[in-house]
Design a protein around this ligand. Structure first.
Ligand code: FPP
Length: 251
């Protein structure tokens, strides 16, 4: 087994890490357990990740907890996931306060069941004043829907005469996404070895480094996270520039 990297020795850490948590179902199946048990163990990994990200001084951590496509899962699994979300919030809320971490949600908030919305809103409001660290949960999230909604808002503003179509550029689109004030992730981690983006932050991940871990999400803990940070730290990010022009656009 690889030794646990010393996070203090990392050359650079990303400001924002986004995570596709994959493999809960397979983890449960391999153990002859119902899928929800995989999600429950996965929720423990989320907690471990929150702690590890704080330790490594990551400013923004985003996890893909429920996609727009996930509404097609069996009603029983959806219900179990929504309940798990509420139970997890109850279990971690104090920890968010102790570590001064702000909770935000990204996605179609209005599609979530009212009791889940209410529970989330309580913690969102109670942590809104914390500035240093932000935990973002993508819920009923789909990047194509996000971009389409941005396009609609921009079109409405143009129609109302509030915006000149000739001035629409990348920044205009970025300003109309769900969380326009959050910097783009520099590192995207996906577990269970899959090489897909699955409609996750298509716009924001344009320049991100990808780290694919073979581990199923319930087995992805601090050690695996620090290995991902170490791999990121060793990479050379150039944003399409050459070595010589590096830094001209993105610093
Ligand atoms: C992917 O595994 C996982 C999900 C769709 C749900 C992730 C949700 C949690 C870990 C619950 C807790 C979340 C928070 C924010 C506390 P999968 O079911 O697609 O696995 P499979 O591909 O092996 O079937």
């Amino acid at each position: 087994m690889n030794p646990v990297p010393n996070i203090l020795s990392l050359k650079k850490v990303p400001r924002h890490v986004a995570v596709i948590m994959d493999g809960n179902g397979r983890w449960a199946k391999e153990r002859g357990l119902p899928r929800i048990e995989g999600h429950k163990e996965g929720a423990q990994s989320v907690r471990a990740l929150l702690r590890a990200a704080k330790k490594a001084n990551i400013e923004y951590l985003t996890v893909y907890a429920f996609s727009t496509e996930n509404w097609k899962r069996p009603p029983q699994e959806i219900k179990g996931l929504m309940q798990l979300l509420v139970d997890s919030l109850n279990a971690y809320e104090q920890e968010l306060h102790d570590n001064r971490i702000r909770l935000r949600v990204m996605g179609q908030f209005d599609r979530l069941p009212p009791p889940v919305r209410k529970r989330l809103q309580k913690t969102i409001d109670a942590t809104a004043h914390y500035a240093g660290h932000t935990f973002i949960v993508a819920l009923s999230y789909g990047a194509r829907t996000e971009i389409a909604e941005a396009a609609r808002q921009i079109a409405e503003k143009a129609k109302a005469g509030e915006l000149d179509p000739a001035t629409i550029d990348e920044r205009t689109v970025a300003e109309h996404l769900y969380l326009p004030d959050v910097p783009d992730p520099e590192l995207m981690i996906r577990t269970s070895g899959e090489l897909r983006l699955s409609n996750f932050m298509l716009w924001q991940l344009s320049y991100a480094e990808f780290h694919i871990a073979d581990t199923y999400w319930p087995d992805f803990r601090e050690e695996q996270f620090f290995q991902a940070l170490e791999a990121f730290s060793a990479r050379d990010r150039r944003y399409g520039a050459t070595k010589e022009t590096e830094g001209a656009n993105h610093g």
